[in-house]
Design a protein around this ligand. Structure first.
Ligand code: F6R
Length: 608
């Protein structure tokens, strides 16, 4: 939530780069945007509410002098989206400029204190106390680095902060973090800092991690990192990121979401190439634990639900799936060091998931993380990390990262199955071989359903409400389908177990009410037929996602999406979700919404 960028270079104006970098970070928040640069000791600022391109058309974000600058794209927490609440924020003399991602919990008392000292604070934000605190420390004679260090002793909460000041010569940027991400990029004569790698990916893929409790000073020549606790220097090598700049471009697609749906076969293929010992190590931790929890939020939570079925049917292990946000309120301190958590988070930064993991670690619980982002916060709390290989996902609605979460859970289930011997080795072998075919199945599923999804969206876009039904593992698929539709097309969509549907939701169904069935050819199919009949009998408009040759269900449904091949039951979500992703995408488009930037949402949710 909120995207931050900072750059300091030897020569040339940084403003056009900041503008482009912010566009690459826009998925983190897009209700307002702002940039400051420094040239010849003078600070230049442009900020306004609105999406980046709207603001750019109004203010021309490229036209600012200076070879050092910082920028911010906001997802509002404290204060409505407005010019005054937009970042950067400043001290009384407009000499210190700050961008922040996170929440300062004690900002009210700090604001009262600063106002009593005569500071003029203009916004409703929590962030604005930071430049004013720094101002006071600099007035006492400290340089920027020292003043930021002192400021971190005063603020409570979570933060990633990037700061610059006209008083620093030569130019430098100071940044620090506690609980929110910051990564540093380096190339000759230029240093970058950002909330996420894609921001500077076209310039460099040499990345240096900054960890919680560390502070960095960035100049054109070097990056120096210190620990805040004892000011000792941290020597950290840079990491080469395998992501490419192209992966973070739309590459001819109208939206990132569509591009990322189409990238799913490749993402599965790359994740299937994960080294066997990586999966084995994680599987050993899980296998040697007494209880296994799967914790996640949103789409990752649906991967966990599907993963539960994979683990149970392939490995004979039934994980307890919980929302990370409610975990500590559910387990009531029953955790022990014999338990293990599989924490699933594509961004690796979701505060709900990280808080649950931190809570569990107090009881000695072992943590296996599944994440898509190298060096993300979750990797530091995990005993072991499985790094999925989707490449950068920019669309706010998760698609390909969901697919690779499912892929890695499938790999884990198979590996644990080898240890538990719950099913015969020949079955494990056959399922593993089948998994290798999933990229082709997903690819064909995309091509055979894309036009159908667009057409169905043309019929359904004005339906106020849709019901998604599944059984067994397909409840996870139905839930993910409903979530996608809600988040990008804003139709009310509800997912239910088809079994449960007649215990209440069926009351909603009347002539023309759309009911979407996820009905793979597995042991639930005959019961799904009964549910389809029930809904048809009440006038429901039935849309089914089924196997291509399922003539019976084709005959029973008003509209069908089809999957080209029979899919192993445990992996069905990987294929059956695809038409529903496409349907949501085309629904959003038909309604004139930007599927990449759904209202009120951000890709990485770093508030509780
Ligand atoms: C939905 C979506 C969100 C995320 C959720 C968890 O399309 O993207 O529901 O799945 O915010 O995010 P991660 O996986 O980063 O923990």
């Amino acid at each position: 939530m909120c995207g931050i960028i900072g750059v300091v270079q030897k020569r040339g104006d940084v403003a056009p780069f900041l503008h482009q970098a912010l566009k690459r970070l826009e998925y983190r928040g897009y209700d307002s945007v702002g940039v400051t640069t420094i040239s010849e000791g003078k600070l230049y600022m442009k900020k306004e509410k609105g999406k980046i391109e709207e603001v750019h058309r109004k203010l021309n974000l490229d036209d600012m002098p200076g070879s050092i600058g910082i920028g911010h794209t906001r997802w509002a927490t404290h204060g409505i989206p407005s010019m005054l609440n937009s970042h950067p924020h400043f001290d009384c003399n407009n000499e210190i400029s700050v961008v922040h991602n996170g929440v300062i919990d004690n900002f009210l008392e700090l604001r009262t204190e600063l106002r009593a000292l005569g500071h003029k604070l203009k916004s409703e934000t929590d962030t604005e106390v930071i430049p004013h605190l720094i101002e006071d420390y600099m007035k006492d004679g400290m340089d920027l680095l020292q003043a930021v260090k002192e400021t971190t002793k005063r603020i409570e909460g979570t933060y990633a902060i990037v700061v610059m000041s006209t008083k620093e010569n030569p130019n430098r940027i100071v940044c620090t973090r506690d609980g929110n991400p910051l990564v540093i990029g380096r190339k000759e004569n230029v240093s970058y800092v950002s909330s996420d790698i894609p921001a500077f990916l076209p310039m460099t893929n040499d990345m240096i991690l900054l960890l919680d409790g560390e502070i960095a000073s960035l100049s054109t020549d070097e990056v120096r990192i210190e620990k805040l606790s004892d000011e000792s220097e941290v020597k950290r090598e840079s990491i080469k990121i395998s992501w490419t700049a192209d992966q973070a471009q739309k590459s001819g697609y109208p939206h990132f979401m569509l591009k990322e749906i189409h990238e799913q076969p490749e993402a599965i293929r790359n994740t299937l190439r994960l080294r066997d010992d990586v999966i084995k190590e994680a599987a050993n931790i899980i296998h040697s634990s007494e209880r296994v929890f799967m914790l996640a939020m949103g789409t990752s939570g649906h991967a966990a639900q599907a993963g539960q079925h994979m683990f149970a049917s392939i490995a004979g292990v039934l994980p307890i799936v919980e929302l990370a946000s409610d975990f500590s309120d559910t387990v009531y301190g029953t955790l022990t060091e014999k338990d293990c958590i599989i924490a699933i988070t594509q961004s690796g930064e979701t505060t709900d998931t990280i808080s649950a993991v931190k809570y569990a670690k107090e009881f000695g619980v072992k943590i296996v993380a599944i994440t898509n982002v190298v060096g993300s916060s979750i990797t530091r709390y995990a005993d072991y990390t499985v790094l999925t290989q989707a490449g950068p996902e920019i669309g706010v609605a998760a698609t390909k990262t969901f697919m690779v979460q499912l892929t890695s859970l499938a790999l884990l289930a198979l590996k644990i199955g080898e240890l538990t011997k719950f099913v015969k080795p020949s079955i494990i072998k056959a399922k593993r071989e089948f998994l290798e075919r999933m990229p082709d199945i997903v690819s064909e599923t995309i091509s055979r359903n894309e036009e159908l999804a667009r057409r169905l969206a043309g019929q359904m876009y004005d339906k106020p409400s849709l019901l998604f039904l599944g059984r067994g593992i397909s409840i996870a698929t139905a839930e993910e389908g409903a979530l996608k539709l809600k988040e990008i097309a804003y139709n009310h969509a509800e997912a239910y177990s088809a079994g449960e549907s007649k215990h209440g939701p069926i009351a909603l169904v009347q002539e023309g009410y759309p009911v979407i069935f996820v009905a793979p050819h597995d042991e639930t199919r005959s019961r799904m037929i009964g549910n389809i009949m029930e809904m048809k009998a009440r006038g429901g408009y039935t849309i089914s996602v089924i196997l291509k040759d399922d003539k019976e269900l084709t005959g029973l449904s008003d509209y069908v999406f089809t999957i080209p091949n029979q899919v192993e039951a445990e992996f069905s979500t990987m294929a059956f979700i695809v038409p529903l992703q496409l349907f949501s995408y085309y629904m959003a488009l038909r309604k004139g919404f930007d599927p990449d930037k759904p209202r009120n949402l951000a890709k990485s949710v770093t508030v509780l």
